[in-house]
Write a protein of this length. Structure first.
Length: 233
């Protein structure tokens, strides 16, 4: 064997403890994500943590196995390369759980937790147990308790509103008046006209709302002349 550290004189026990701690850390964080219905849950986080731990252990193995080759050898070893590739590679998994819906983006917290779980696996793989344990506790606290602060934080809400109507003049001005009366701001707008059906389509992203206002806007806008469809999210 090529490991420089052992636990109670056993390399296998040392490896087992590292993997079990990585699995525990990833499992705890994954369980929290699973309970909130996120796409990357218990199994995904556990596998990321264990996989990162395995790769760090392998990285250590390469270094110790080929340590007999001197600086004059053609063989060049850098144990940090494997760890660096873990950080880069986990980005592909993180990107897969991020979803964009109109002006809103979902999955960023889950992607960040996956990236952090990879770091936890690396910490336990290196035998840095205190770092891995403290970081696991901090992640669990942030996921479970900091979310409760969201209602206390003042922030802009974004509403994507789509309106389909008969093609006529003045519709946009009427919509703008409705928004202005409620002190809403249109941050982005796109439109097109269907010359075959004679329909006018507007899609707008509305900000400065202090409450969920989609239903209220729907009630007012549907009273305008020529409105056919209203969709918001």
């Amino acid at each position: 064997m090529f490991f420089g550290t052992t636990l109670l004189g056993s390399v296998e026990l040392d490896i087992t403890v590292k993997l079990l701690l990585a699995a525990l850390a990833g499992g705890l964080i994954g369980l929290e994500r699973e309970s909130h219905g996120r796409p990357a849950g218990l199994r995904t986080n556990l596998l990321v943590a264990v996989g990162s731990c395995v790769m760090v252990i392998i990285s250590e193995t390469f270094h110790l196995k080929y340590a007999m080759f001197g600086v004059d050898s053609a063989l060049r070893l850098d144990p940090s390369r494997v760890a660096a590739q873990i950080v880069t590679g986990i980005g592909f998994i993180g990107a897969g759980v991020i979803l964009k819906e109109g002006a809103s983006v979902r999955g960023l917290t889950t992607a960040a937790s996956l990236w952090t779980v990879a770091g936890l696996g690396m910490a336990f793989g290196m035998g840095f147990y205190s770092l891995g344990t403290i970081a696991t506790l901090l992640v669990l606290v942030s996921l479970n308790f900091l979310k409760k602060l969201d209602p206390m934080i003042k922030k802009d809400r974004f509403l994507t509103l789509a309106v389909t109507a008969v093609n006529r003049e003045g519709l946009l001005d009427e919509l703008q008046e409705i928004f202005a009366a409620r002190k809403l701001q249109v941050s982005d707008i796109s439109s097109h006209v269907d010359l075959v059906t004679g329909e006018l389509f507007y899609q707008m992203i509305i900000t400065q709302q202090q409450k969920r206002i989609g239903h209220e806007l729907t009630i007012v806008i549907k009273q305008l002349e020529g409105i056919k469809k209203i969709h918001y999210h």
